[in-house]
Design a protein around this ligand. Sequence first.
Ligand code: FMN
Length: 398
Amino acid sequence: MPHPTTRRRLLQGAGAITLIAVGGAVWRAHDREVFATPSGAPYDPWAMWQSPDYRDTSLALVAAGILASNPHNTQPWIFRVSETEIEVLADTSRDLGTFDPYLREMHIGLGCAIENMMLAAPANGFSAAVDLAPGSLIDIERGGMVRAATIRLSQGNGAVDPHYEAIPHRHTNRYAYDRERGFPEDLLRRFTSMPENGDAVVSLFTEGEAFDALGRAIMDATDEIVADPEMIEDSHRWFRDGPREMARERSGLELDTAGLSPALLAAAKFLPALPAEQSHGAWADQTRNTHVPTAALLGTISVHDRYDRPQALAAGRVWQRLHLEASAAGIAMHPLNQPVEMIDRERQLEKEPVAEARLAAITGNPAWQATFAFRAGYPTRDAMASARRSVEEVTEAG
Ligand SMILES: Cc1cc2nc3c(=O)[nH]c(=O)nc-3n(C[C@H](O)[C@H](O)[C@H](O)COP(=O)(O)O)c2cc1C
């Protein structure tokens, strides 16, 4: 039996350790902003997009462009700006490696930015025309800035498209959707009539064989990605570990937008970051248990050639427009691009094109190749804004 003094000391020691542990936990919870909504400079671009500093200048278009949807929030862009034109450059160093081996998704993201910029032009007194860089993604230059498009500006007084005002309200929503509520008929009709120019087609499924097959294709492709160590490592490079890293990078994916329940989110933020295999395993579970089964609508965007640069940009413009249209109507959306990511990966590894055949059987028209897949439905929770680099950080003088 320990001496009473020794026991008191021991108890004091234990008390001190508990205090340090609790203090450490409180400090860690504070440092990692476990219970806070992300805020600060990385989120300012959402509030500043119509800043008087940019109004009626080409920077106002950039401020709208950077809020666009883009793969893994890589923000693969630089804008070379003058008074009369904006060159949209693909920053090919901000890539996803084996997750996007042909920079196809990168170009879709650039197309999303271009759509926002074209919507912002009339609101800032410009008439804008876009010239998309030609060529194939199969042999695109790498490692630096590659021109993707040039937006030419002149004075104009055209009408402002209503999609413009939805720009800051569009966020990827990775929570469960309320499938019981179905999908609004009028929005379905509007989706069907987009795109208007024939560069891309949208296929929409709310039930039946094709709906089930697309859901299965998404889940199976996710499992295939999770079983590919290179793909998940390349994806994982863009996962940010806490607010400090996000404050530095202002890009990449964060837990707050991962669609986790409040309790799971707090636990995940508190604990050390999971390795790639586990975080992607959790993503596969979410895909199978939440994303696909709660979707009211599954859809694809197809083009004639998914490796043609202008067509990839055009697909991005369509996605951005669909997502803005849905945001304005209070409908949540979420890209689920795993089936097309697997098509790219099989091509890169020169494997039998199983993923290609799987998706072609669903979209059912050999003249069109799916390049984007998504889900939509009534939200059960609002999604949060993701981080962005500032206008100044991504702009250079032309
Ligand atoms: C080409 C492309 C592919 C994407 N693929 C996925 C995906 O498979 N899963 C997902 O959760 N989000 C996907 N996204 C959504 C992006 O991760 C999201 O747009 C980005 O993180 C910025 O967040 P925000 O849309 O909320 O602004 C994709 C976006 C684009 C443009």
